[in-house]
Design a protein around this ligand. Structure first.
Ligand code: FAD
Ligand code: AMP
Length: 482
């Protein structure tokens, strides 16, 4: 059956796809967005990984578990006595689910308001500008599009030593849906997802062991910041074992099944028994049923759709954005690519600045960074000044009893241009954003130093780090005085 013709058809409704679709429609292009995910009632679930099983539900559980942790350990110092708090896991999950429904429902409304046709089914790119859509009930129809934007996202990687059974051994999706707090929890992988989900359950009472194959903690982060974060996580009770490669597992028992995880490190081979294990070893691009045989779209060596800086594939009028293509697997990176592609299709010259993709770990304190770190600048032979300001010297952080961590700002020692900012501390993601904006405008450390910041605010730590980069922070001693 021949279907409708569109200017743009987007495949996938995650943060890359739905944003691309809305922007395309805003620009007057007739647009459809195809999504294959449906709920138990066969209703299309828009929003992709991010809204359904990623950013949003993980943050909902991080927020709930942090409140629990504060009630348990953070209130007493303020003179607040509440007794021993109890966690109702089912209620916590209900709240998380309702936040997810509110947001995924919101996308449906946004599609309506922006005249995007939301199409339900698996989209397969056939060539000749045709897309086949296979609906849940088996109905098949084609639509055609002048431009096709692939935004099919990613799925969790599984590893042979720990097959996911979704009961005892789960992936990130399963870890967002435990029905009770596991007593002994293993997390495989100390990447962002492992740390966030490990923190959720540790705060609620699990004994958490994180097994990480690499010897280095957070190799993508600035070393000083990674070291500080590791110290804080360990103090919080996360038993992070670096250099520990998981090699096998054995699930046993009846109703209360447990899993023995085998791993090896420099001291030899070991085993630990857990009640649950979260496999958080990364994600891979998702291409199942997406490309018709013989379409000829080029992939890279990691199975991602190969694109240029404008997200164009090797085939004319076919683009790829988000997790399915190169770059960090982050929602905001995908969204910006979605906007860029929609705008370029509409004739604008939009670009994405890949040098300024902020990264965040939403633990408490948060870890956030943008731009180059100290090690990268040294490797590039760039001379730079470092400004570090600890939250222990921030009045606002002390008033909140939340003064762990620091802001570290790096600026070119010749031009003073800000080259990177690295934060571990409360609200690091939001604090970082002011430097992301400043860097977009090629600001110098002095520009930030000359800006007036409200007092008392956590952002003063960013101000002081910028002053420190030029040797004249007010509330700490400076490494160099200028
Ligand atoms: P996805 O969100 O994966 O969406 C792809 C969509 O395409 C899916 O809905 C899928 O069903 C659909 N699809 C695939 N193939 C087809 C097809 N053939 N036909 C029709 N539909 C198809 N990122 C952040 O920036 N911040 C965070 O805090 C954060 N937290 C995370 C926490 C967890 C636990 C996880 C797992 C991820 C997290 N991420 C976070 C990563 C973030 O979720 C992804 O980077 C983001 O969702 C990628 O967006 P996307 O649109 O490229 O793909
Ligand atoms: P990320 O890709 O940032 O989500 O992080 C995944 C982490 O899992 C990486 O740091 C990997 O080193 C780690 N990892 C992968 N395989 C194993 C394994 N078999 N045992 C322990 N850690 C692993």
């Amino acid at each position: 059956m021949m279907g409708k013709h569109y200017d743009v058809v987007v495949i996938g409704s995650g943060p890359a796809g739905y944003v691309a679709a809305i922007r395309a429609s805003q620009l007057g292009l007739t647009t459809a967005c195809v999504e294959k995910w449906v709920d138990e009632d066969n209703q299309t679930k828009f929003g992709g990984t991010c809204l359904n099983v990623g950013c949003i539900p993980s943050k909902a559980l991080l927020d709930s578990s942090y409140k629990f942790h504060e009630a348990q350990e953070g209130f007493d110092i303020h003179g607040i006595k509440v007794g021993k708090p109890k966690i109702d896991v089912a209620k916590m999950m209900d709240r998380k689910n309702s936040v997810v429904s509110q947001l995924t429902g919101g996308i449906k409304s946004l599609f309506g308001a922006n005249k995007v046709d939301g199409l339900s089914g698996i989209g397969t790119v056939l060539g000749d500008n045709q897309i086949r859509i296979t609906a849940q009930d088996g109905t098949v129809f084609n639509v055609s599009a002048k431009n096709i934007i692939i935004a099919s996202g990613s799925v969790p990687i599984t590893i042979a030593p720990t097959p996911v059974d979704n009961e005892v051994v789960v992936d990130s999706t399963g870890a967002l849906d435990f029905d009770e707090v596991p007593k002994r929890l293993g997390v495989i992988g100390s990447g962002v997802i492992g740390l966030e989900l490990g923190s959720v359950w540790a705060r609620l009472g699990s004994q958490v062991v994180v097994l990480e194959a690499l010897d280095e903690f957070l190799p993508m982060a600035d070393k000083q910041i990674a070291k500080e974060a590791l110290k804080i996580y360990k103090k919080q009770g996360l038993d992070i074992q670096l250099g520990s490669r998981v090699t096998g597992s054995n699930v046993s028992g009846g109703a209360n099944r447990t899993v023995i995880v085998e791993f090896s490190n420099s001291q030899g081979d070991h085993q630990i028994t857990f009640d649950k294990v979260i496999v958080a070893v990364g994600r891979r691009p998702y291409l199942d049923d997406l490309l018709d045989d013989g379409l000829g779209i080029e992939l890279d060596d990691r199975g991602r759709i190969k694109v240029n800086a404008h997200c164009e594939t090797n085939l004319p009028s076919i683009y790829a954005v988000g997790d399915v293509t190169r770059g960090p697997m982050l929602a905001h990176k995908g969204s910006e690519e979605g906007v860029m592609v929609a705008e370029r299709i509409a004739g604008k010259m939009t670009q994405v600045n890949y040098d300024l993709v902020p990264s965040v770990i939403y633990t408490h304190p948060e870890v956030a960074w943008v731009g180059k770190n100290e090690e990268e600048l040294k490797a590039d032979g760039i001379e730079f000044n470092v400004g570090v300001f600890p939250f222990a010297a921030s009045g606002r952080a002390l008033a909140a009893n939340d003064a762990e961590g620091m802001v570290k700002l790096l600026a070119d020692s010749n031009t003073d241009r800000i080259l990177g900012c690295h934060i571990v501390g409360a609200s690091a993601a939001d604090l970082l954003q002011q430097i992301v904006i400043a860097m977009e405008f090629s600001a110098s450390a002095e520009d930030i130093g000359l800006t007036m910041f409200s007092h008392p605010a956590l952002s003063e730590a960013v101000h002081e780090a910028a002053l420190a980069a030029n040797g004249h922070a007010i509330h700490i001693g400076n490494r160099k005085r200028r």
